[in-house]
Write a new protein. Structure first.
Length: 129
């Protein structure tokens, strides 16, 4: 009888974990936006006790509205993005980019909008004669 209870509890826990992961994945793939922002800092954050997991955080500001953003740069299977390290290497602090992002900023779940596309905004040289 005791082993049956343990098996049932393990099955319930497995189902709850799957539902949680599906819910988090769904939240990370909603609300697609395009943001034009200046990068103020970038950081690699490690977390997890069992697996050495990490994500890249990009700190940015919209100079027109003074809105500050913390964006995540992680791989995204639904968007076929598997080159987050390359994105991170190309992003330069002080430069302005147009980022395509998905997801929601949910502080209580440590969730950030994820960058799935980026384009450097070319600076216009103004000739002052």
């Amino acid at each position: 009888m005791k082993s049956r209870t343990v098996i049932i509890a393990a099955c319930i826990l497995a189902v709850l974990m799957i539902l949680y992961q599906v819910g988090v994945t769904t939240l990370q793939n909603v609300d697609k936006r395009t943001l034009t922002v200046r990068v103020t800092d970038k950081l690699r954050v490690s977390y997890g006790h069992i697996w050495n997991t990490h994500k890249y955080l990009i700190f940015a500001i919209d100079d027109e509205t003074d809105t500050v953003y913390v964006l995540e740069n992680t791989d995204s299977a639904p968007h076929l993005k598997y080159n987050s390290s390359d994105f991170f290497a190309r992003i330069e602090v002080g430069k302005t980019y147009t980022f395509t992002t998905v997801g929601l900023r949910l502080p209580f779940l440590s969730m950030y909008r994820n960058i799935i596309g980026m384009e450097l905004v070319e600076e216009v040289d103004v000739d002052h004669d």
